[in-house]
Write a protein that binds this ligand. Sequence first.
Ligand SMILES: Nc1ncnc2c1ncn2[C@@H]1O[C@H](COP(=O)(O)OP(=O)(O)OP(=O)(O)O)[C@@H](O)[C@H]1O
Ligand SMILES: [Mg+2]
Length: 480
Amino acid sequence: MKILSKNGDKIEFLAAPGEDGLRRGDYVIVSDGGKKLLVQILDVNYAELPGILEDTLRELASEPLSLKIFDPYDVGSILTELKDSRLIVGKVRGVVEDGSLRNDLLWLPSRLESRIERASPELIMELSSSAGRRPIIIGESMNGIISINAEDLDGRLTIITGKKETGKSHLAKILITSLAEYGAKVIALDVNGEYIGLSMRIDGALSDVADKHVVLTPGENFRVSMEDAGLATITDILRYILNTPATSLREFIRLWRLVKKVNGKVTLRGLIDAIGRVQLHESVRDALMSRLLSLEATRFFDDENPVKIDSMINSVKEGGIFVINLSKISSHGRRIVVEYVLSKLSTLLRDGLIDPLFLLAEEAHLYLRETYWDDLITRMRHIGIFPILVTNQPDTIPETIYRQADNIFLFNFTNESDLNYISKTARIDSDTVKLIAKALPPRHCLMIGRIVNDLPIVVKVREMPLKMLGETKLVFGLRG
Ligand SMILES: Nc1ncnc2c1ncn2[C@@H]1O[C@H](COP(=O)(O)OP(=O)(O)OP(=O)(O)O)[C@@H](O)[C@H]1O
Ligand SMILES: [Mg+2]
């Protein structure tokens, strides 16, 4: 392999056929003297040689005649080789000196003298790892084991994205089980009911996280009281989810205070009874009544035997995964539960009643209201809710979130507009995103951001012996 050209951080190599064996995302080292240039491979093409078109056309035309040209010195085979030469496009990630990576785009290694070889997995691991002490093994890369540090997810915004069935939820399970094993608490908003099996292993035995795994099913073992939800949260639910008009909302607030004064405590039944009794404009009465009845229909509210989310979270001492099973309720119900959970968590964190935690949200656009996005990356993050967002439709997450993301696990995407969208992230150049993401096989992802010290790495995600409940149900059972 030889250097052909270098322009800024883009570098091109020429390689003979069979010489490279490189895949997109691999790293090579170009060494010259004591210095080393670290280059990530983005693309492998045929080299454009002058006259190649004419030459190939001539060959095509003579093929049917199978002409044998007298060629005693075997020049033909050299020419054929030349035609198959590869042009390898790479991106310079920096200059390696004394075990660390410097951003020096001006140094030019010699075209003739440089040695070009694959970077060793150890070197890549060393350059990409941070100071953390809690490794999470993600999988394999270039024949080496690749791990990240749990500390690099802590306090950060992480996105897992890729097209359908590429292995996003699987990776999310690896992350949250490892986080919990290190003592972190994770709330998982589970729309498909695929995180409810984490306590079982494939062989039926209990998994390592079995004692840390709590499944909360709204309407069953997860029902909360009106008092606990509080006036502000219930008003938000009425306003944003049930679209209650402003005049009715004002009346509702008055009514809440009235019930509190008369009964000493606010209950859903108490509110519904009061609406029937007090003086209200007919349209307001109807508007409020229908909405409170739909709150009741979710079966999420229970003023008799409510669950307290803070005692639930604090009852698990060393790390926990709290799965909120949203798979059995209506889309309204889902939004109501999430509104309650997020506002409750914010209050509890602000008051110092629970510790900071991770929030795993799959396909969040299905239940997160628009105004919560900004909150998630600013206010909520500040008080200690660290989101891990998972989606197969990248454009359902606002652009600003990508720009602010600290970590991205990018699985395969072929769709150009999806790729354009993701390439807006500030942590990586768009060439890398587009070229590498297209070439990723299933279960492989490109890790971007702090988790890899901003040195993008392709990894084959490892298996996990946990019972996976993510499989799509089929009409004909097992495919095959
Ligand atoms: N690294 C892996 N090792 C073994 N099995 C895997 C791996 N990654 C994914 N799988 C399996 O492949 C299937 C699809 O994976 P997964 O459910 O994680 O995909 P997904 O990207 O979340 O899909 P969707 O977009 O539909 O949610 C699952 O059955 C999962 O168990
Ligand atoms: Mg999934």
